[in-house]
Design a protein around this ligand. Structure first.
Ligand code: FE2
Ligand code: FE2
Length: 206
């Protein structure tokens, strides 16, 4: 595959994560990017590679912030942390991440910012890019949990079919670990299951 030249914004994103995040996190986001690009190519999804790259590289830029730091960071950008309704404060890293992408890197593309915002919980009405980043994040090569290899192969073969399986495995994990479920995740799961059933029976159900 011909290598695309990186854009100014991607170089800025790479530079930013090198300056501001530890090596393990850099490896995670680069692994997410490379897998997402590969899924896009193999399945000819036709998504813009720069969008995939920026969303992947920046999705966890605030992942290691403490709850207090997330609240402080959002307020510093003029956002109200209480306006977001997530199951756990850690999930605010998606909002601060999108804001950092906008303010520090100059990302204005709403497709990219939404993919960053939705990467942890999912939501109703996800775009293909949203699902791609969600899935690649959960099954990138450095992820290590039982069954992840099969999920990665599945995602490489068929992103659409893999999405409900990946999101259910995340929900099962959260339940087994005694963590609360975010409403957006449950909505995303329900919608993905309905989509699957619709594909199978070839008719719409409500
Ligand atoms: Fe994350
Ligand atoms: Fe991640």
């Amino acid at each position: 595959v011909a290598q695309r030249e990186l854009s100014e914004m991607e170089l800025r994103a790479l530079d930013y994560i090198e300056q501001n995040t530890p090596l393990s996190l850099q490896q995670h986001v680069v692994g997410t990017r490379d897998l997402a690009l590969e899924i896009n190519r193999r399945q000819s999804l036709g998504l813009d590679e720069e969008k995939i790259s920026l969303a992947s590289l920046l999705h966890d830029v605030a992942r290691l912030f403490s709850s207090d730091q997330l609240v402080f960071g959002l307020k510093a950008y003029g956002l109200d942390p209480d306006s977001f309704d997530y199951a756990v404060p850690m999930l605010l890293h998606v909002e601060l991440g999108a804001e950092i992408a906008k303010r520090e890197i100059g990302v204005e593309d709403e497709d990219v910012l939404n993919a960053i915002r939705l990467h942890a919980t999912g939501s109703a009405g996800m775009s293909v890019l949203d699902k791609l980043i969600y899935v690649a994040d959960k099954v990138e090569p450095l992820r290590d949990y039982p069954g992840v290899g099969d999920l990665r192969e599945f995602a490489l073969r068929d992103l659409n079919a893999a999405f409900p399986v990946v999101i259910s495995s995340v929900l099962k994990y959260l339940i087994d670990a005694g963590h609360p479920l975010d409403y957006n995740s449950v909505t995303a799961y329900n919608e993905s299951i309905r989509d699957l059933v619709n594909q199978k029976v070839g008719q719409k159900i409500e």
